[in-house]
Design a protein around this ligand. Sequence first.
Ligand code: ADP
Length: 521
Amino acid sequence: MTRPLPPHFSESDLTSALNSLRDTLGAARVFTEESELAQYRDPFPVLEADHFSPSAVVLPHTVEEIQEVVRIATSSGLPLSPISTGKNLGFGGAAPRLPGAVIVDLRRMNRILEVSEKFGYALVEPGVTYFDLHQHLQQHGSRLMLDVPDLAWGSIVGNTLERGVGYTPYGDHLSIQCGMEVVLADGDVVRTGMGALPGSNTWQLFKYGYGPQFDPMFTQSNFGIVTKIGIWLMPRPAGYQAYMITLPREEDLGPFVDALRPLRLDGTISHVPTLRSLLLDAAAVAPRSAFHPGPGPIPDSVARRISEDLGIGRWNFYGALYGPDAVRAATWSVIRDALSGIPGAGFHFAGEHPSPVLATRAKIMAGLPNLETYDILQWHDNGGHIDFAPVSPATGEDAMRQYELARDRCLEAGKDYMGNFIVGRREMHHICMLMFDTASPEDRATTLELCRTLIKEAADLGYGEYRVHPALMDDIAATFSYHDGSLMRLSEKIKDALDPAGVLAPGKQGIWPRHLRGSGL
Ligand code: ADP
């Protein structure tokens, strides 16, 4: 594996910048050996395995050390790439967007600074994982529940900054973030919202503070290094019941989504449910070869048999009821009534159906962290994925159009459609997992090209994505082109003002510093 140098850096420029970092952090917290850097590469590479590699990794322990790191970077022009725990799977993992950037790994900053039972919030550092905070709440007999993403090993800060999702009523992670501390490229430390008032007692209670609100600007961007965030925690409900609704036909997707939308809009379904395709759920049961040993996409006849054998639908909807018995019973009757118009739809409570996916979703919707969703990677040998993740209006017509687009392009590329609609109040995140054999250069190239084609064709239909792998960040940024790219010009103006040396996460989300714009890196 090669260890790339940052652009315009010689080996001796790098050594001298790293020596300054060693003086600040100690040599033991500056990594440059291949054995140490390996864990920071993308576990699911779609280009060469060492393409998105760092030149070094540093591990600060305090905000003051981060201030020193950014000052050294700014004065030497050394590009940095901050991560919290680097578990951003499907979207590059820990890898930097700019080959040769120095990763600033914040995993050692892992204090849970405060939990308020009274107001339902926590204040955490970047290294705190969902497992950590959940365990802390348990150990302290908390009555609060943490919303967790599919895989709970990642950082709360990292997931929130990427605008990740969970599945309880608090599933929109940016919406439950309140208060942030950020180190800027010049070393300044900012507390947002009410946190700017010394002695403030409402930093985690009131998001807006006084004057402009900056928190969202530090998400999916490269304008600062976030060192603390507040998140809201939901009081544990008095009762809970997860359920699955199976839909027998592909075309049930449209009418189901139209019937679902009013239930999300009026809050009858108060949390973030998911609607998953057959093969995505089959992947949790066994590898692809167990269902279909041959090459090429799984034929429809085999899909029908899988559906019958596993007792699940071509689409499977996972939801949950929260609250006391009477509330759950009343809500369930409204939901059943509204969604039973699909002929052959099956209604199943968790515990009454053998589906392993239902068991896993039941845990996740109850805020119980786990890693079970990882099982789907058994689908391929050396299984990995990148995700095509367009946002869809929550209508049946749009859901079908996006599904058919993704399915047909996957089939043409010789791949199975493995999709998942994560249902917001008015829109759905349509996560198409493009699974591939990470050890096969051909499969990697096919997968990347497939994702690129999907991004372009979706944009032609008015659909944009919410998140992407580093290899395609520029592609997606280019589709948000209103008024000849005024959104990107705004980002670039902010980038130039806050980070004139262009050292923080160059190229992230397509935002390049002035000296690297148009360099095609
Ligand atoms: P997780 O482990 O929760 O999946 P990561 O640590 O991989 O999250 O972070 C995802 C992305 O978010 C990173 O690649 C980086 O671009 C950004 N990021 C993470 N933590 C920070 C931070 N503390 N400050 C600024 N950006 C961050």
